[in-house]
Every structure is written in structure tokens, then in C-alpha cells.
Design a protein around this ligand. Sequence first.
Ligand SMILES: *[C@@H]1O[C@H](CO)[C@@H](O)[C@H](O)[C@H]1NC(C)=O
Length: 189
Amino acid sequence: MCVLKSGILLVLVFVSTELVSEVDGDLASMVDFRYFRCVMKREWKCPDSEINFFMYTPEHPHKHFVDPRYPKLLRDFGWKKTRKNVLIIHGFNGTYSKTPMTYIRDAYLSRKDYNVFMVDWSVLTRFPCYLSALSNMKKAAQCTAQLYSAITQAGALAKMTTCVGHSLGAHICGMISNHLTEKQYKIVV
Ligand SMILES: *[C@@H]1O[C@H](CO)[C@@H](O)[C@H](O)[C@H]1NC(C)=O
């Protein structure tokens, strides 16, 4: 019975990856594909206006927009090298500004030893656009890797950086390391 169940599960996973790659193949253009409320990212350039980052610090627990192209600005916004860093990524139909992500954010902030970064890719992972959300994870990971590099350039050590993801956000945490040369950062699912 157990064997049978896991057999079925494997098949389902296989079918859904098949679907994604078929969709990818058919829409191989450089223009973002939009339908209903959905968008499928086709352009592989970061930063992207639909993937945004916000920093929170213990002294300034309100969001501060971060542009990863300017790592030097982090310090001006209150980022501290002596603190650890956490990247928090929401999942399907989620947003950085609602539960459960705000609980996770506030838990890290209350420790006082973390710079907290929230990743906002809500427009790219809206219900019911699950296939586009799956496809957009790659782009979200690519752009978040750029944020990670900015934090490193500002002086953070890789071992002081953690990625926390909820549902599809956890997959993005995993995919970020594909874009990095130094693979020793922590992932919390
Ligand atoms: C998706 O998110 C919206 C807005 O937060 C919510 O109203 C809706 O119930 C969610 N849909 C599903 C299927 O979870």
C-alpha cells in the first residue's frame, strides 16, 4: 500500500515537471507572457520591477526598499555588518506583507542580531497562476541571488546569511545557490 502510494506520488511529480517544460518550450520568446491576472517572466534580466526587496533592521523595523545594484547604500539604510542576515521568501499566492511571513520577520527582528530582507515576488505567484508561478521561481531566484551578492559585497560573510522560504519560496532558497559560486549558506524550510 505504502509502495503504491509513493509510486503515484512520483508519477504526479513527473507529470507536473513535464508540463512546465512544455510550456517553457512553446513560449520561448523574450517578452513576458501575460494572461488574465497572470504573468510568466521570459526576460532574464535583474533587477526586475516585479521582484522587489525590502530591508528591516532592529533600529528601523519599517520597510526600506533595497536596490541590489547599490550595495554601498545598505549601510546608509542601517544595515550592520556585525549582524547576521536573513532572506525571507513567501510562497504561492503569498505576499511579504502578510502572515505567515510577517511572523517570521518579526521573530528575527526581535532577536536584534539580524538584518532582515523580505523578497516580494507576489505579482509573479498569484492564484490561480500556478504554472507561471513555477516558471517564475527561476527568475525570482536569479534576482534574489543578486541581492545576496550585494549583501556579500557590503561585507557580510556567507555563513552569516540564512534563507527562509515558505512553500515555493523554499524552492527559491534552494535555487539561489545555483547562481552563487560560494555555496555555504544556510537554508531553512
Ligand atoms: C489568494 O490570496 C488572496 C489575497 O490574499 C486571498 O483572498 C485568496 O483567498 C487566496 N486564494 C487562495 C486559493 O488561497
